[in-house]
Design a protein around this ligand. Structure first.
Ligand code: HEM
Length: 143
């Protein structure tokens, strides 16, 4: 019998399924942006987004589907993407990275995911978040 700790989240679409598929990820992204828009702790990163916040929700939800091993919904609609490059024009330092990860971890905590998957997902998201911070720092240093 398998337990949560034995589920290989990185394999196939196990993570996508653990997140509740497309509907689960859309719900997560809605919680994330609702929180970002209404909590002053996240005002700096909220203000960085373009005015069309619906499009930002759609892009992040679609990206997460493919990133977690599900259908490649981002590239189907928007084409290919490199996460650090997509943020290179932004002023993202430790502070903005921490806002993003805090906002996301609070949104993840609200979801009906298992505790193991919540922890796994946040560990995984910390990797591209750090890559974004590094890319933005490199862009600032080279002008
Ligand atoms: C490190 C902290 C992060 C901050 C402050 C941040 C902030 C932003 C902002 C402001 C935008 C809108 C950019 C624009 O249209 O001008 C954006 C776009 C996006 N972000 Fe992030 N982000 C962060 C990390 C991440 C991570 C870790 C992921 C993925 C796991 C991600 C996925 C995306 C995607 C898919 C888009 C849409 C890109 C596009 O289609 O152009 N972001 N982010």
């Amino acid at each position: 019998m398998s337990t949560d700790t034995e589920i290989p989240y990185g394999k196939g679409d196990a993570s996508f399924q653990a997140a509740g598929g497309v509907a689960g990820l859309r719900q997560l992204v809605d919680s994330f942006f609702d929180r970002m828009s209404s909590d002053a702790r996240f005002a700096v990163i909220y203000a960085m987004h373009p005015p069309d916040r619906e499009s930002s929700r759609d892009k992040l939800a679609r990206f997460l589907c493919g990133w977690l091993g599900g259908p490649k919904l981002y590239s189907e609609k928007y084409g290919s993407i490199g996460i650090p490059r997509a943020h290179a024009h932004l002023a993202i330092t430790d502070s903005e990275k921490n806002q993003w990860l805090t906002c996301m971890s609070e949104a993840v905590a609200e979801q009906p995911f298992t505790p193991e998957f919540k922890r796994y997902l946040m560990e995984q998201l910390a990797v591209p978040a750090e890559a974004v911070r590094k890319r933005c720092a490199a862009v600032r240093h080279t002008g």
